[in-house]
Design a protein around this ligand. Sequence first.
Ligand SMILES: [Zn+2]
Length: 421
Amino acid sequence: MTEDPTPSGLLLRQGNPLGGRVAQAEMRASNMGLLLRHLRSQGGRSRAQLASETGLSKATISSLIAALAERGLVREGEPVRDGAVGRPGLTVTLDGTYVAGVGLQINVDYVALTAVTLTGTVVRESVLPVDVAHLGADIVLDRVATMLRRTLASLRESRTDVVGITVSPPGVIDYAAGALRFAPNLGWRNVPLTEALSRRLGADAPPVHLENDAKLAAVAEYDRMARDGIRDLLYLTGDVGVGAGIIAEGRLVRGWSGFSGEVGHLPLDPGLTPCNCGRRGCWETVVGLAAFLRSAVPEGDSLRDPARPIADRLLTLRARADAGDERTLAALAAIAERLATGLGILVDVLNPRMIVLGGYYGYFREYLLPALEAKLEARLIDEGCRTLLATSELGLTASALGGALLSLEHVFDDPTVVAGR
Ligand SMILES: [Zn+2]
């Protein structure tokens, strides 16, 4: 069987769970998953094609397709001729219009929710300004649970089956415990997020998972990049905190305890500004959103007001830059200068094919990219360390999208998580 070139298949399969003698049901679920991944990567196929490409018997394929169709995960449509004599086969395609994954992003001053169906359609999207850093975990989780309950109810009304919720905080995850270890910019430490949210949502809610925001944004971005053959990607979040999602050879890098990509705390600020993590002189204190707003926006200006939606404030700053406002332009030039220092190090350490600058950086593409490209070009020592640079078009809620996509991966791992219709 052809390896699925889409990201998530490679990102998330943690070894082969089916070692030795496996139960019949598990084998069947695993084959259903293989078939789904194959349809995702290869597009619509006749049963005969599926049998020859996967090595499974025609009888097995028929039975698997029946089980997938019953769950609304595939459908059979247009007749196709395989060159054989006789009745033409029908094309089997990936469906999943009524199967969705949910991503829930928690950030310093907003919470974002995205729901995506298996067919890739965004069916729910909302952003709620919440002063997360000051309210404390309990109150924030109450609001998050309310937001989720509403979304789950409205998806249920439209007969959509939600297979999972992935919560994305800007911090380090303890995967085994389902907890957030540390999120310096929220001031949260050792919060049992999975348990706390599951309890609020009740017993019939979909399972809750956790992943770091930068890693999820990288997953969302990689979903598009992989189609262009890019398998080594570094995604840099541009928010109050700055973190990296690292994908190397098609795999998400977590590190031994989940701390990979905490690049915002590299010691790159000679001014030794105190950072929320407890250190001084961290990179994010000079390239993060708070640093940018401090230098671009005069005191007393309403753009400093955290109650105003951040997207509006960034668009206003973008308009100021376009109008030639000197203060905004100087702030952007300083950000580019300091970003270049750190990116140079990351390029040398990781050799990514592409670096994607996300979050607020995406609003200032024309002001940041040319300067960064020139600086990286100037220190190029060999063609083999050339890195492509881009800004993300996914905006400030890329992690919510990545979370929704990650939730859907459970369907590819085991399609029987979706109930028959
Ligand atoms: Zn720090």
